[in-house]
Design a protein around this ligand. Sequence first.
Ligand SMILES: *Cc1c(COP(=O)(O)O)cnc(C)c1O
Length: 393
Amino acid sequence: MPISSFHPPTRILLGPGPSDVSPRILEAMSRPTIGHLDPFFVAMMDEMKSLLQYTFQTQNDLTFSVSAPGSAGMETCFVNLLEPGDKAIVCQNGVFGGRMKENVERCGATPIMIQDSWGKPVDPNKLEETLKIHPDTKVVAFVHAETSTGAQSDVKTLVEIAHRYGCLTIVDTVTSLGGSPVKVDEWKIDAIYSGSQKCLSCTPGLSPVSFSPRAVEKIKTRKTKAQSWFLDLGLVSSYWGGIGKRAYHHTAPINALYGLHEALVILQEEGIEQSWARHDRNHQILKVGLEAMGLSFIVDQPYRLPQLNAIKIPEGIEDATVRTQLLQQYGIEIGAGLGDMAGKIWRVGLMGHSANLRNVLIFLGALEKILSDLGAKIEVGAATKAASLKAAA
Ligand SMILES: *Cc1c(COP(=O)(O)O)cnc(C)c1O
């Protein structure tokens, strides 16, 4: 039997990413593939740069999309800003801070770790204390929106502290970009990366990045070559550098970039502030419904991300049973807990195109049915009723 074409099922993606991709984006990706140095493609790359500048709220000239997933955007920041022997402070409050440590080590630099509890934001006081002990630190890195817990940290304050000690900053906004405020210039972030498949709601595999003039200066004056040829910004940036000076570095993922272009056009049409407000509104409606079911969040209100809702699994309910039923009976995907949180929480994403009232109500209805079938003491209908009232208010 020859293998036939692959036809994936249609899902409602309410996990930690990818999120639902708009048919407009999928249609854009099916347009004719052209050469990556074709004048039409080059013009599209220039538009992409200005769309990304809008999305990141920056004038940074070095703003483009790394041709690989968010993890490669992370690596791009570390390999370009760190040299062997440098010290880097990593503030960790979840899974992704741990990956930053790995990156620092692989650059031959020394990580100084600051730990905060999972579910809490990064503590600015601890950063200041650590910088006093290690004034020779070159880079401070942290995650804005920890996807493993749903907690957000105060970027502006952390960057201010790092700058007072002469450090450059690397900020992970894979989950925040497009879903909650990210203001590169106002917050004076030096190096930032994100991902295409979370609140930008594009297909996975691209990583928007942006670098401040200070970061670019550091990259230009490095004493050693970046460890990665592919991610070396000195080389990549000449590819994204603009009309006339564009030199072949690698073949861009042409159709994937059509998709990101369309995703950013959709975001621009909606308006970035309106997108942040939509994420917040749908989170509030979800919250009312979950609370009516007796479920609670692991993150305290002021630090809670609207696009990533980490909720405690009720006593006596088995994690995988619920997720499997959601997927098989309702086509809904939600996320499991990572690391220490495995089996204890669910992660419900309301990211990008997925963040709408229809999905919130379908999910709440499905969850209350499943939990009640499994014997949880909940009043069926209470969650959807509370959420509908909130939505109508
Ligand atoms: C998803 C995610 C990443 C990694 O992105 P990939 O596209 O999966 O490589 C990095 N950091 C955070 C905070 C994320 O949520």
